[in-house]
Design a binder for this molecule. Structure first.
Ligand code: C5P
Length: 223
């Protein structure tokens, strides 16, 4: 099968990561979670004791740090300067600051350049907020995956409960998701938005398997 690229964008908690990982596994493609890269920068910033509004210091740190994304069957491993931060980048403290750091133009420039590089040899399923619009505008398949805020919060809540890492109430989670959606949609540089040629999928009342099957169905036309 010829390789091609798939871009999956959408708001927080729409199921992008799980779905992108399963689609990549089914096709034998590489899954790239770009949100993890913004989270990795946020982790480093917090390690250095900086606030998210210290832009020039943040940009200097981001230029010095090394981010490695290692594809694993269970997901993507994230290494920052030889430290495994895969779990550490999922804490509430990181989630609280990540969207502000992701709105810094120079940070986006740096990470988008890395992401474009990863997509050059094709066979990539990349998820994020600006993949279909900026990172892979030529992706053969583009999906904009969404679901209602309450459904997304409920899914995250269940996920956190089952992993024993639930530190927020359902209401707090819903509030946090709505806050991040707003910041991501309203930022000046590459805001979250559906690419004109992206297929819109509302997964509110769809199972993960149904969404994966629908995307794989779209891929059949490309083979
Ligand atoms: O995907 P995830 O929720 O882990 O992403 C964390 C944050 O990183 C998002 O809320 C968004 O602010 C930012 N992000 C971004 N562009 C991407 C991926 C993530 O701005 N391509």
């Amino acid at each position: 099968m010829d390789k091609f690229n798939i871009a999956i964008d959408g708001p927080a908690g729409a199921g992008k990561s799980t779905i992108a990982r399963l689609v990549a596994g089914a096709l034998g493609f590489v899954y790239v979670d770009t949100g993890a890269m913004y989270r990795a920068v946020t982790w480093k910033v917090q390690q250095e004791g900086l606030r998210p509004d210290q832009e020039s210091e943040i940009v200097a740190i981001a230029n010095r740090m090394r981010i490695e994304l290692i594809p694993r069957a269970e997901g993507q491993q994230v290494i920052v300067d030889d430290i495994d931060v895969t779990k550490a980048i999922r804490t509430t403290a990181i989630t609280d600051d990540v969207s502000q750091i992701a709105s810094i133009g120079a940070i986006r420039q740096l990470l988008v350049a890395m992401q474009k590089q990863m997509a050059i040899s094709k066979g990539v399923v990349m998820d994020g907020r600006d993949i279909g619009t900026h990172v892979m505008p030529d992706a053969e398949i583009k999906i904009f995956l969404t679901a209602s805020v309450s459904e997304r919060a409920e899914r995250r809540f269940k996920e956190m409960q089952s992993s024993g890492s639930c530190t927020m109430t359902l209401q707090e989670l819903e509030h946090d998701i709505a806050r991040r959606d707003q910041m991501d949609q309203e930022r000046e540089i590459s805001p979250l938005k559906r690419a004109h040629d992206a297929v819109l999928m509302d997964s509110t009342s769809m199972s993960i398997e149904e969404v994966v099957d629908e995307i794989l169905g779209l891929c059949k036309d490309k083979v």
